[in-house]
Ligand binder design. Structure first.
Ligand SMILES: Cc1cc2nc3c(=O)[nH]c(=O)nc-3n(C[C@H](O)[C@H](O)[C@H](O)COP(=O)(O)O)c2cc1C
Length: 317
């Protein structure tokens, strides 16, 4: 009997769709699997490229997981595996994906089903995945793998290239200093290794055991220097987000001054406290090495950062 795989995605530039497409090619090419790809469509589309105020204005709803209205999904299928592809917005799942996870359709189709999450983002995804884990738990879905691809370049470079891409649509390398924005093409191309491993797992009925199918394939890598920053930033987003949500609804003119005040506050923090905090965190990480390594291991679950099967699944490239 053919295995049925449901793929859910919401992409703006098309990058996440390319990633998810590369992963599912081996499944689509197999006679053993039927793949259904569904795009999430918000009733009120988000802009791309973004204007700055609309971009910042959607952080309160993103962090508070306030679902926007999306086009209803419906079908009579029962799926064996679900691949959920999402981008990160303000250390949270993107709003269309939050809406999907809170939809009746997801409650029906994902209950007791194995789910593989696929993230394509700048580089800060840990807190978003914790939120997705919680949303999956609430609908009794079983997370069996997490695959994460991040933008090329170091944190400083992507702090320029990713926002430039989001706000202007421009992806090319800048001044010969900054790399192209987004995930490196080679990384996107090599993502088909996950599809091959998922296919093998399905053929061996491994998904029914709710165990990872993508271990040993370098599916994730937690950058320990970002754990604390994500935790601190999440707290700040929650505090300011609560205040801004009280002032008005998303898009309302009333909240713009406070959103801009928060941007100023963020700039001030980035220029003053962030460098000092980075220094303190570097020292603390040295002192708390064991604790940090445990955190890294935890956030890398269930797929892990191991590379022991890489050769087997990338040998023909
Ligand atoms: C509103 C917004 C907020 C974002 N916040 C984050 C973030 O917190 N962490 C991160 O790593 N990337 C963040 N990104 C980048 C996205 O995760 C993603 O890389 C980018 O939107 C490209 O997605 P696409 O492939 O669907 O076009 C954000 C993007 C947008 C539009």
């Amino acid at each position: 009997m053919n295995k049925k795989v449901l793929v859910i995605s919401y992409s703006q530039s098309g990058q996440l769709n390319e990633l998810c497409h590369n992963i599912v090619i081996p499944l689509q090419e197999s006679n053993d699997v039927d793949v259904t790809i569904k795009q999430i469509t918000p009733l009120k589309p988000y802009p791309f490229p973004w204007d700055f105020i609309t971009f910042m204005d959607c952080f309160p709803e993103s962090v508070y997981l306030d679902p926007p209205l999306i086009e209803t999904l419906e079908d009579n299928e029962e799926y064996d595996l679900v691949i959920l592809c999402y981008q990160v917005w303000f250390l949270s799942p993107s709003l269309p994906i939050t809406a999907f996870l809170k939809s009746e359709y997801a409650q029906k189709k994902l209950k007791n089903k194995p789910v593989i999450t696929v993230i394509g983002c700048r580089n800060m995804w840990i807190m978003a995945q914790e939120k997705v884990k919680q949303l999956l738990l609430e609908i009794e879905a079983k997370l069996i793998d997490n695959i994460v691809l991040i933008d090329q370049g170091n944190s400083l470079a992507t702090f320029v290239t990713t926002p430039r891409w989001m706000l202007t649509g421009k992806r090319d390398s800048l001044w010969g200093i900054f790399p192209e924005a987004g995930i490196a093409q080679k990384e996107l191309d090599n993502a088909n290794r996950f599809g091959k491993a998922i296919l093998k797992g399905l053929q061996e009925n491994k998904e029914k055991e709710f165990k990872p199918l993508c271990q040993g394939l370098k599916a994730v890598n937690v950058d320990v220097t970002l754990i604390k920053s994500e935790q601190i930033a999440t707290k700040s987003f929650m505090i300011w987000g609560k205040l801004i949500r009280k002032i008005g609804k998303q898009g309302s003119k009333k909240r713009r001054p406070v959103v801009m005040l928060y941007v100023l506050f963020l700039l001030l923090i980035i220029l003053t406290i962030v460098p000092l905090n980075m220094l303190i965190q570097t020292i603390l990480r040295k002192i708390n090495k064991d604790k940090i390594m445990k955190q890294k291991e935890f956030y890398e679950l269930p797929s892990g950062s191991g590379i022991q099967r890489l050769k087997e699944y990338t040998s023909d490239e």
